[in-house]
Every structure is written in structure tokens, then in C-alpha cells.
Design a protein around this ligand. Structure first.
Ligand SMILES: Nc1nc2c(ncn2[C@@H]2O[C@H](COP(=O)(O)OP(=O)(O)OP(=O)(O)O)[C@@H](O)[C@H]2O)c(=O)[nH]1
Ligand SMILES: [Mg+2]
Length: 205
């Protein structure tokens, strides 16, 4: 069973009862640690696509194929815009390998949970300002440990990026920035603006 779970077994005590039987006390070192990560940033920055690619292990086709699993409503599929809260899990085994893919079986959330020693739950938030309330509800209700602020290299820092940065600072939620769509534009060009934006936002907050 331990081999199937890629877990290590540690004997705490062992006592032979009869010549062919023994009782063994085992330490449970495989309790999965869950980390909740809110994925934020402007609309079209590629949040849902990034979550889809990370959890399914297949690249996007540039027209939104990877994000389909993230949508819950038909209008989201039609518009390509996230309007509701959804999440996907990314599981890691004890060696740090992703368990979501590379297996012939269909990986349900339950199966990912069973095979993982660490789970990262990725919460897909809405970037469009029309759905800002939903994003705030997700951030406050879901109690994420960290946030990833996605910035598109082609669109750069937008008013929504600034709004989301302000929200993260107000909630004192630790976050990191991911520059996406690097195939469209050199991400290096964004770094001075990001540094300046963060310094300014920090002073205001
Ligand atoms: N070229 C390129 N296109 C990308 C990349 N990531 C995402 N896209 C495309 O960008 C579009 C928008 O991606 P989404 O994942 O829907 O963006 P989002 O941030 O979730 O948008 P909202 O849900 O409206 O907040 C889709 O057509 C994706 O195929 C990337 O790294 N490079
Ligand atoms: Mg989305």
C-alpha cells in the first residue's frame, strides 16, 4: 500500500505476537499539506489558462482550450471570461513530482488527493471589473495562504492589475507576480514598471 502511494513507512514499535504474526505501530508521515493559492490579475492575463495548463499538463492552443475545465457556466465558455469562483488542485508526491498527469487513469480530485503528500488548491478569480465582487468574495471567503498576481507581458500593468494589488495589500495577503504571455512580448520590459508600481502601491497602503 505504501508503494502504491509512493509513501515511506516508519516503524515506531514492532512486537512479535506469534511466530508468524507481529503488531507494528507506524508513524503517519504522509498527511497531505494543503496550500490555497488565489490566482488574480487583469482580464485576459491568462489566469484560467495557466491553471488549466498546470493541472492538466497540456499546453493551450492560444484560443483558450486549456481553460475550458475552469468554466462553470455556458456564458463563460462563450465569452471566455471567468465570472464565477472555481478551483483546481495540483498534487505533489513525497518526491515533489506532480501526480495530476502522466498516468493512464482518469485523475479525479479524490484520486489526486489520495496520491499526494502536498496539495496546492488554485482558486481562479475573475479579472473583469464587472465581476469584482465575486473576486473579493473569493479572496475573503476562501482564506488563501498566498496569491499569484498574473500580469500579461503584452498588456502590461492595467487599472485592474493596480486594483488587485491594492486589494492584496489591504488584505495583507503575501503574493508573487507571474509575467505571462512572454511569447508575445519581452517580459523584461515590464520589470521596471512593476517595481515602481509596487513601491508606489506599498507607500499608499
Ligand atoms: N499567446 C498566449 N496566449 C495566452 C497565454 N496564456 C493565455 N493565453 C490566451 O489568452 C486568452 C485569455 O486567457 P484566459 O486564461 O481566459 O484569461 P483570464 O485571465 O482567465 O481572463 P478572465 O477570466 O477574463 O479574467 C485565451 O485566449 C488564451 O488562449 C500565453 O501565455 N500566450
Ligand atoms: Mg479566467
Amino acid at each position: 500500500m505504501a508503494a502504491a502511494l509512493r509513501a515511506s513507512v516508519t516503524h515506531v514499535t514492532a512486537r512479535r505476537v506469534t511466530s508468524d504474526r507481529a503488531t507494528v505501530e507506524l508513524a503517519d508521515t504522509q498527511q497531505s499539506v494543503e496550500l490555497r493559492l488565489a490566482v488574480m490579475g487583469a482580464n485576459e492575463a491568462g489566469k484560467s489558462t495557466l491553471i488549466g495548463v498546470l493541472t492538466q499538463g497540456e499546453l493551450d492552443n492560444g484560443r483558450g482550450s486549456a481553460r475550458l475545465n475552469m468554466f462553470r457556466h455556458v456564458h463563460e465558455v462563450r465569452s471566455g471570461r471567468t465570472s464565477s469562483l472555481s478551483h483546481e488542485i495540483l498534487g505533489f508526491d513525497a518526491q515533489g513530482n506532480v501526480v495530476n498527469y502522466g498516468c493512464s487513469q482518469l485523475m479525479t480530485a479524490e484520486r489526486i488527493g489520495e496520491r499526494s503528500s502536498k496539495l496546492v488548491s488554485l482558486l481562479d478569480l475573475a479579472g473583469h471589473s464587472k465581476y469584482q465582487r465575486t473576486t473579493v468574495r473569493g479572496l475573503t471567503g476562501y482564506c488563501p495562504h498566498y496569491a499569484a498576481l498574473i500580469v500579461s507581458a503584452s498588456a502590461g500593468i492595467t487599472p485592474v492589475t493596480e486594483e488587485h494589488t491594492a486589494l492584496l495589500l489591504a488584505l495583507e495577503l503575501p503574493f508573487f507576480i507571474v509575467v505571462n504571455k512572454c511569447d508575445q512580448r519581452d517580459p523584461g520590459r515590464l520589470l521596471p514598471a512593476l517595481r515602481a508600481g509596487l513601491k508606489h502601491a506599498h507607500k499608499v497602503a
